[in-house]
Write a protein that binds this ligand. Structure first.
Ligand SMILES: NC(=O)c1ccc[n+]([C@@H]2O[C@H](COP(=O)([O-])OP(=O)(O)OC[C@H]3O[C@@H](n4cnc5c(N)ncnc54)[C@H](OP(=O)(O)O)[C@@H]3O)[C@@H](O)[C@H]2O)c1
Length: 337
């Protein structure tokens, strides 16, 4: 098969297109003939820092395609099913930037006939992270679905980002009021297209004042991409039993929180890493995200606030570079091209 592999850490040009044997699914595994690989910041960060094994590492966690073989103990009824894949490359060598990958059976999720492979490849990392961020507050349920967040207000810091977009879409599916922050009019359009009820330009407007207009008692959850930059704002708008869910260190590695002011609402400051979240939370996240997909409630593309940028397999290095340079929207690799 054709695959992208890196055998040393470094710049995108360590990614090489090679021919290698098609992997066989072991016990409990399935093999997927990939359609698209989804690229996330975690993929370039891994490429830069996580030493690959001796046979090299195929990059990228997320993908979509069709199950074409199953290993021992896996129901062969899966063969031929269209699926999306989560965490293919987490502590495994078989990422999704290849014609085939093998993953444990629980890491493929049935897409059915309707949803596109583009959507499938955009789900894993961003939507599972967003799900976790939206469910860690004590004041909120641990499952999402229509009506689950009725009467709740969510603040999404960075609403034009991939995780931000996913958080807006999932929270709106669950009937929350969603306030999203952005840094420009163009990003404001994207956050609105994703479904945000209110959009605040954090460069032009007073975020605390704008949030308080919508939620005088504060918000239930904050989906936070830059805790270092936004902690002072978050601390002033988090509501009773709410949670600030910090999923990235964009804009600064350390965070300062005013202790007493956060004792008053019994606020939670929750760190989130999708790979190591509790197993039950991950299982629920996968189920709920797929329910949103099958409901037609989550979408990709510019009219969903997530413009697509598709690269052929041989240009995976350019795809990684685009994500590393902060591409707005979703970067995908067409492994069939
Ligand atoms: N913990 C996890 O499990 C997990 C999972 C997924 C992603 N991540 C991490 O999360 C980060 C974002 O990932 P992504 O895929 O969503 O990236 P992305 O699509 O590039 O989005 C990042 C967004 O954050 C916004 N932003 C940056 N600083 C901000 C600030 N101070 N206030 C408000 N918004 C701000 C950016 O827009 P402006 O700069 O224009 O505001 C941009 O829209 C990456 O560092 C990634 O590695 C972590």
């Amino acid at each position: 098969m054709r695959a992208i592999v890196y055998t040393e850490n470094g710049d995108p040009d360590v990614l090489q297109l090679v021919e290698r044997p098609t992997p066989e699914p072991g016990p409990g595994e399935v093999r997927v003939r990939l359609a698209l690989s989804g690229v996330n910041p975690t993929d370039w960060k891994s490429r830069r820092t996580n030493p690959p094994g001796s046979d090299g590492q195929v990059p990228d966690q997320d993908g979509s395609g069709t199950v074409d073989a199953v290993g021992e103990g896996v129901d062969p009824v899966l063969v031929g099913e269209r699926v999306w894949i989560w965490e293919a490359a987490w502590q495994r060598p078989h990422g999704t930037a290849a014609e085939y990958t093998v993953v444990p059976a629980r890491q493929v999720v049935l897409l059915g006939a309707g949803p596109s492979f583009e959507l499938g490849a955009a789900l894993g990392i961003p939507f599972l992270t967003a799900h976790r961020c939206l469910t860690v507050a004590e004041s909120l349920p641990d499952r999402l679905g229509p009506g689950a967040l009725t009467g709740s207000t969510v603040l999404v810091q960075g609403g034009a980002g991939a995780v931000g977009n996913a958080a807006i879409q999932l929270a709106r599916w669950a009937d929350a009021t969603v306030i999203a922050t952005v840094s420009s009019p163009r990003k404001a359009q994207l956050a609105a297209a994703a479904g945000a009820t209110h959009v605040v330009d954090y460069r032009q407007q007073d975020v605390v004042a704008e949030v308080r207009k919508v939620a005088p008692q504060g918000v239930d959850a904050i989906v936070e991409v830059s805790a270092a930059a936004n902690a002072a704002v978050d601390a002033r708008v988090i509501g009773l039993h709410g949670a600030v869910a910090m999923y990235a260190d964009d804009g600064g590695a350390e965070v300062t929180v005013p202790v007493r002011a956060q004792m008053t609402p019994n606020a939670r400051w929750q760190f989130v890493l999708v790979y190591t979240e509790p197993e039950r939370a991950k299982a629920i996240g996968v189920e709920d995200v797929n329910a949103a997909v099958l409901d037609g409630a989550v979408r990709v593309g510019a009219d969903a606030g997530l413009p697509l940028h598709v690269f052929p397999l041989a240009e995976t290095a350019q795809a990684h570079r685009a994500v590393e340079d902060g591409a707005v929207g979703k970067v995908l690799v067409d492994v069939t091209a």
